[in-house]
Design a protein around this ligand. Structure first.
Ligand code: NAP
Length: 279
């Protein structure tokens, strides 16, 4: 019998998963680089996660992305967890190693920074405080990344204070926790302002944090990318701030996984953006 080389498979696992833009992106890159491979969405309910995950390598999968609601639970199942994924408390990229071990990493933080570096090259994060709105899973990745690029102070405000306090405990003294209602008062000398809440996302509550005290020299970024231009970004731009949308983070966080699974570092550019927006 001839031993045919296996076509590499990758996936995004979550529940629900139909909304995911990741298949459009990875399949665009596969086509663009002429790589024989496939990337598919797989709906896995939490109770089946551990069992089904272990079967994927046997079926020819080389890795997968992980999304809601599995990003935290996956850390208990993976055999090797990177330091940054452990610190963030969640993983979004898995590599199924040849030795059978599942390697879990979190690329949200590096994707977040790469997006800002690409779209706001003059941004100098170390030159002043950052304000982070929200303290969910994405906020943890954002906070880790901001500390890594030298932000001197991170003002963190979240509706549920306990989640912000937990970030302070895990990430240390650079984090200053404020009450959610105080968010408008943290903005006047902030160099960087990031919305990591789901406010303003299509189908969710509107973004309602007053921006009248926003530093016009700030760089504002919304992690929400549906719609692409959120109310937060529209208002920030009206007040003179620079703005970057959240789609670039989605593209950049995907690139390291694609490279590990399929052997080519993909380009994050306008064509990749268009491929995702068209999906
Ligand atoms: P999460 O863990 O569920 O956190 C949601 C955050 O939104 C929490 O801070 C939550 O506050 C806050 N929030 C929700 N409703 C609110 C309301 N009515 N008023 C005030 N705060 C409210 O979700 P996540 O994973 O961190 O994701 C957050 C957002 O980032 C989502 O929109 C997601 O799509 C986006 N995201 C984008 C990317 C990208 O690549 N661009 C990557 C990851 C995530 P409480 O703690 O009080 O509930």
């Amino acid at each position: 019998m001839t031993d045919h080389p296996r076509i590499p498979l990758a996936a995004v696992i979550g529940h629900p998963i139909a909304h995911s833009r990741s298949p459009a992106l990875h399949n665009y890159w596969l086509k663009r680089y002429g790589i024989k491979g496939h990337y598919i969405p797989i709906d896995i309910v939490p109770v089946d996660l551990s069992r089904l995950l272990r079967t994927l390598p046997e079926l020819g999968f080389v890795g997968c992305n992980v999304t809601i609601p599995h990003k935290e639970a996956i850390l208990q199942i993976a055999d090797v967890v990177t330091d940054r994924a452990a610190l963030i408390g969640a993983a979004n990229t898995l590599i199924f190693r040849k030795d059978g071990k599942i390697h879990a990493d979190n690329t949200d933080g590096s994707g977040f920074i790469a997006n800002l570096r690409q779209n706001a090259p003059d941004w100098k994060p170390a030159s002043g405080p950052a304000v982070v709105l929200g303290a969910g899973g994405a906020a943890r990745a954002v906070v880790a990344a901001l500390i890594e690029v030298g932000v001197p102070e991170i003002r963190l405000a979240n509706r549920t204070r306990a989640r912000a306090d937990a970030i302070r405990q895990d990430f240390g003294a650079k984090i200053h926790v404020h009450e959610w209602v105080q968010a408008p008062n943290l903005l006047d000398d902030a160099i960087t302002v990031i919305n990591t809440t789901s406010l303003g996302m299509t189908g969710k509550q509107e973004f309602h944090v007053p921006l009248h005290r926003l530093n016009p020299g700030a760089l504002c970024n919304d992690l929400v990318y549906t719609p692409l231009k959120t109310q937060f970004l529209i208002e920030a731009e009206e007040r003179g701030a620079s703005v970057v949308d959240g789609l670039g983070m989605l593209l950049h966080q995907a690139a390291p996984g694609f490279e590990r699974w399929f052997g080519t570092r993909p380009e994050v550019d306008e064509a990749a953006r268009k491929a995702v927006l068209a999906a």
